[in-house]
Design a protein around this ligand. Sequence first.
Ligand SMILES: Nc1ncnc2c1ncn2[C@@H]1O[C@H](COP(=O)(O)OP(=O)(O)OP(=O)(O)O)[C@@H](O)[C@H]1O
Length: 261
Amino acid sequence: MSDVLALAGATVVRGDTTLLDDVDWEVEEGQRWVVLGPNGAGKTTLLQLAAARMHPTSGVVGILGEVLGAVDVFDLRPRIGLSSAVLAERIPNGEKVEDVVVTASWGVVGRWRETYEDLDHGRARDLLDALGVAHLGQRAFGTLSEGERKRVQIARALMTDPELMLLDEPTAGLDLGGREDLVGRLGEIAADLEAPAVVMVTHHVEEIPPNFTDVLLLREGHVVAQGPIELTLTEANLSETFGLDLALEQHGQRWSSRARV
Ligand SMILES: Nc1ncnc2c1ncn2[C@@H]1O[C@H](COP(=O)(O)OP(=O)(O)OP(=O)(O)O)[C@@H](O)[C@H]1O
């Protein structure tokens, strides 16, 4: 298996603050990772490195066989599907949902648009359907609920058929039904052998979808533990990560946690 991500001693410093400290991390093809940690742990910073949207202050970040600093990031980014709140804010409210998805492929492939436009729209509709929002294709993005927007963003991130999929808090802000539905769909993507390597950031073990393989636990820029979920997601590691005495329960391929009283 080849490395999709290979970080060695990756450190990010801003002013007096160390956002990420000496992170070693490898993600291989076929793996589905959860990055878990409290507010301010450095999760989004780690995802920004993995998305080729930030360079480390020191250390090495390898992405899809290229090394940040020695590659044109504009060649690399189209190979990475990213879904994040920051990117979503840049989508014009008036843009039609189907176009939000289709335009992910524009500028990515230097081909004659008219020939492929129908194919692109067909793919966009299929992806919206897979995320359960096919009926919203003609609506303006700005009129969607938070949960609907999240699904459209994920469809957009998949549009370019990426080799690496990065999801920053995909289920944040969803109600219970919306969360459970999206967690299920992410679990289906994770089970798909054709799907790219996936890294998903979350604050909550309840949001870990089925079929995810590995977890990286982050606290104050440090890796507390990383590895296969079944071995690494323990009460001790989770408690250390959140600085709380936590009870952890496994329910099949899902998890829940609460503070011990
Ligand atoms: N440019 C910056 N200068 C100084 N500190 C920064 C800068 N950018 C981020 N930080 C700080 O770095 C820490 C890590 O931020 P990051 O967004 O990566 O955390 P996170 O784990 O994603 O948090 P959250 O769960 O709240 O989204 C935070 O304490 C944040 O305030």
